[in-house]
Design a protein. Structure first.
Length: 143
């Protein structure tokens, strides 16, 4: 069939039908991309929050290690007890950071998070016992 034999009305209807079909196809593509965008934003937000929590945990570990060094390098019991108080303050912050992080962990990362959480708990408990020992028994017991 040749286009020249069709009437102008038929040609206009064909053009309108083609434009309507293209509009519906583009709307479907936009809707699909919208859903994909929401999923990517969710993944990005989860990764971003995880990165923030890693930074906070890293800072706490650094602070705890510095307080531990302060205890071991202290000249007397009073200085060691000051560092032990700082050590206890920092070790108490681990639970809050880990609970905040756990709220944002995705289900596919839950096993790895539990492993990390256990390691952080071991680190925190060991340093907490050191702070208690210095506070109760003094510097010589800690060394």
């Amino acid at each position: 069939m040749r286009l020249s034999h069709l009437s102008i009305a038929t040609k206009l209807y064909a053009i309108c039908a083609l434009l309507a079909t293209l509009t519906i196809a583009l709307a479907a593509i936009v809707a699909w991309n919208g859903h994909r965008h929401v999923a990517l934003i969710s993944e990005f937000e989860s990764a971003f929050r995880g990165g923030q929590q890693v930074g906070r945990i890293n800072g706490l570990i650094y602070a705890v290690l510095m307080e531990t060094r302060g205890i071991y390098l202290a000249a007397d019991d009073a200085a060691a007890k000051d560092h032990a108080a700082g050590l206890a303050r920092f070790t108490d912050q681990f639970d809050g950071v880990m609970q905040e992080w756990e709220r944002h962990v995705r289900s596919d990362d839950a096993d790895r998070f539990q492993d990390l959480s256990g390691r952080v708990r071991i680190f925190r408990d060991y340093r907490g016992k050191l702070a208690e020992q210095v506070s109760q028994d003094g510097l010589k017991a800690a060394r």
